[in-house]
Ligand binder design. Structure first.
Ligand code: IPM
Ligand code: MN
Length: 358
């Protein structure tokens, strides 16, 4: 018998529970094929729980969650609850309190027909975004003055620290080296207008000198969105701030097939980390059994890779790629013609046959 992992699961709101259910079935099947065990503990926090109890994420439950080997989250957000309350009380709380300073977002196109860009093939869309995950405007240093009056002033600080910038840049250089592809790391910022980002420019230069094998590249965020559409093949590894990373990766998700496939890992290397699809709770599709579970399945894929179950991770990735290439899963939208559960079935059925390099 292989190892055993304790996984905390927060299915959350909207389509979260449906897509996570399929991802957990895939996890269970992958575990039985590869000979390890995944013990699941579900935590029912989110809008329903909040509306019933006025509780968002109590301290005792938070401590229990953080005691697991990894955390899998579906989606958080509900139109019946004040905007941002649950997002910050659950997702951002986990990111900040567990100090998950890397938000890793792979952008990989598995089948040409899924790409909305003309003449771009899978080899052209294969990069990874390292998004800083604990600072920037997300730190929540904000205020309203004379609220609700014609003289109202609203502020929210964009906050960068040397330590926070350096650790995520260092992570990105290491990752770029491990990927061993183009060996190019692109810093995406807006240092021409947001002069505080000069801290990023200098830190990138200084840390970069320790990585002479990695070419240092740079793009302003506005230009980076353009390159992402025009020449995605120019990117290998990208490092950027929290908010720019948030925006850039929704765009990037579209060129890899949509939010129905894009997944992310919120990491603090060596510590308990959080894995989730990039998409939100999509309330209009909730309970309809039409949302793509592939993004959650890919979140499980990233989680297994992080936990050291590389074979299981490759098996899931190969399986998903194969089903997309053969068009057995024809698309990743809610209009794919396949139910959420059917997509889960297809992945589970194909998992055993996947060719996994030893
Ligand atoms: C994401 C989401 C979150 C973010 C929201 C839900 C707060 O959009 O993970 O990309 O902005 O980070
Ligand atoms: Mn986002």
């Amino acid at each position: 018998m292989g190892k055993s992992y304790n996984i905390a699961v927060i299915p959350g709101d909207g389509i979260g529970p449906e897509v996570v259910e399929q991802a957990l079935r895939v996890l269970e099947r992958a575990a039985s094929i590869e000979g390890f065990e995944a013990r699941i503990a579900r935590f029912g926090f989110g809008a329903e729980h909040y509306l019933r109890t006025r509780e968002i994420f109590p301290a005792a439950a938070f401590d229990e969650v953080r005691g697991h080997d990894a955390i899998l989250l579906g989606a958080i957000g509900d139109p019946r609850v004040e905007v941002g309350l649950l997002e910050f009380g659950i997702i951002a709380k986990l990111r900040f309190e567990l100090d998950l300073y890397v938000n890793l977002r792979p952008v990989r196109l598995y089948a040409e027909h899924l790409c909305p860009l003309k003449d771009k093939r899978p080899e052209d869309v294969d990069f990874i975004v390292v998004r800083e995950n604990t600072e920037d405007a997300y730190a929540g240093m904000r205020g309203f003055f004379k609220q609700g009056t014609p003289d109202e002033i609203a502020t929210q600080e964009i906050l960068f620290t040397r330590k926070g910038t350096e650790r995520v840049i260092r992570y990105a250089f290491e990752l770029c080296r491990r990927r061993a592809r183009a060996r190019k790391l692109t810093l995406v910022d807006k240092a021409n207008a947001v002069r505080a980002m000069d801290l990023w420019t200098r830190t990138f230069e200084e840390v970069g000198r320790e990585y002479p094998d990695i070419a240092r590249d740079h793009a302003y965020i506005d230009a980076a969105t353009m390159w992402c559409v025009k020449n995605p093949e120019w990117f290998d590894t990208v490092v950027t701030s929290n908010m720019f990373g948030d925006i850039l990766t929704d765009l990037a998700a579209m060129i890899q097939g949509g939010l129905g496939i894009a997944a992310s890992g919120n990491l603090h290397p060596g510590r308990v980390s959080l894995f989730e699809p990039i998409h939100g709770s999509a309330p209009k599709y909730a309970g309809k059994n039409v949302a793509s579970p592939v993004a959650s399945i890919m979140a499980v894929q990233m989680m297994l890779d992080y936990l050291g179950e590389g074979r299981a991770a490759r098996r899931i990735e190969e399986t998903v790629a194969g089903l997309l290439r053969s068009r057995k899963i024809p698309s990743l939208g809610s209009d794919s013609g396949l139910s959420t559960r059917r997509v889960g079935d297809l992945v589970i059925e194909a998992l055993e046959q996947a060719k996994v390099p030893a």
